[in-house]
Design a protein around this ligand. Structure first.
Ligand SMILES: Cc1cc2nc3c(=O)[nH]c(=O)nc-3n(C[C@H](O)[C@H](O)[C@H](O)COP(=O)(O)OP(=O)(O)OC[C@H]3O[C@@H](n4cnc5c(N)ncnc54)[C@H](O)[C@@H]3O)c2cc1C
Length: 311
């Protein structure tokens, strides 16, 4: 199909909360040259643009987005087994990449099994699960520059990775593909073990977390300097601790939004919910944590537009 930019496209079916309005313009480029065309389009129309992956970490305004949404649909996966490398384009999902790596007898990434999202969104936030960060595996990547659509090969250092962060947060560049250094699996037993670990992590996650209509962790953990007190001699940075302490799981629902019974830091929605319902509930949680502990939870999931606020 020729590359086309659509108008007035609903975003509610393109994010995990299943809420939010429409995008004025919407492009789903299949390769770097279509991506460049989309960037040029936004410049010509003088509208803001936003990269949308699988929408697993995003909260979209009920009013929608008055600019261009770019949703990369580049989905090529390749391996260089001799060097233990795997390259995935931005539109590949995290699980597709993991399954491909194991089918090609490369392991490491299975620690992230079951995390929803695309490679673009995963590199953007440097996904993590327990002690594993995606940046431990990334060696280089290809990015496209927003201002002139030029394409650059960059090293891991370029990303300035941290917990929940990367240089992609400036939104001056967008990810086209990423290359990961993995460990070649020597024999059938090692392959079976790595696949078993992937399956066990997915089972474990399904018990601990809701698996739909949520953006995962809604608030981020505190930084130690944000918590000016200790509890039993410890500085507790886990947001879930404070949300459990205020009884978040039994908070009244706000319209179609409620706190998951599985995890105090995950807001879930039901059919008919609005983004405003989520924001209202988030605001009540924030106020209650602040009233009890004097510290204010900060949102982890990305908001679109960025000035979308719950206060
Ligand atoms: C049930 C559930 C469980 C989760 N568990 C975890 C977990 O264990 N660990 C964890 O780290 N996260 C977790 N998350 C959060 C989420 O899975 C990750 O943040 C994921 O990386 C989001 O990817 P996405 O493609 O959906 O990004 P989106 O939500 O679409 O976008 C997120 C951000 O990435 C940017 N982005 C997307 N593509 C690109 C690109 N190509 N170039 C530049 N920027 C881009 C967007 O502009 C946006 O700012 C969970 C989410 C859910 C719903």
């Amino acid at each position: 199909m020729p590359f086309a930019i659509e108008e007035n496209v609903s975003l509610a079916d393109k994010n995990w909360f299943r809420t939010g309005g429409a995008a004025r313009y919407y492009a789903a480029p299949k390769n770097a040259s279509e991506f460049a065309m989309a960037l040029n389009f936004a410049q010509e129309k003088k509208v803001d643009l936003f990269l949308l992956g699988e929408g697993a970490n995003i909260l979209i305004s009920d009013e929608g987005f008055p600019g261009l949404i770019i949703h990369p649909t580049m989905t090529k996966l390749t391996t260089d087994h001799d060097n233990g490398e795997l390259t995935a384009e931005a539109g590949v999902t995290i699980d597709e990449m993991i399954n491909f790596s194991l089918e090609h007898h490369l392991c490491g990434l299975e620690e992230f099994a079951g995390i929803p999202g695309s490679v673009g969104g995963a590199v953007y936030i440097n996904i993590h699960y327990f002690e594993f960060l995606l940046s431990q595996f990334l060696t280089r990547a290809t990015v496209i520059k927003k201002s002139d659509a030029s394409i650059h090969t960059v090293s891991k250092e370029w990303f300035h990775f941290g917990y929940d962060t990367s240089s992609l947060h400036t939104r001056d560049y967008f990810l086209l593909d990423a290359t990961f250094k993995l460990t070649p699996l020597p024999n059938a037993v090692a392959i079976a073990y790595a696949k078993g670990r992937r399956d066990e992590i997915v089972r474990h996650r399904a018990r601990r977390y809701p698996t739909e209509r949520t953006c995962g962790s809604f608030f981020r953990n505190f930084h130690p300097h944000e918590v000016p007190f200790q509890i039993n001699g410890k500085t507790i940075v886990s947001i879930a601790y404070y949300l459990d302490a205020i009884g978040a799981k039994s908070f009244p629902t706000s319209g179609g939004a409620s706190v998951s019974s599985k995890h105090a830091n995950m807001i879930v929605t039901k059919e008919g919910a609005t983004t405003n319902d989520i924001l209202t509930l988030a605001q009540k949680l924030k106020q209650t944590v602040h009233a009890r502990f004097g510290i204010t939870p900060q949102c982890e999931c990305v908001r679109l537009p960025h000035n979308l606020t719950d206060s």
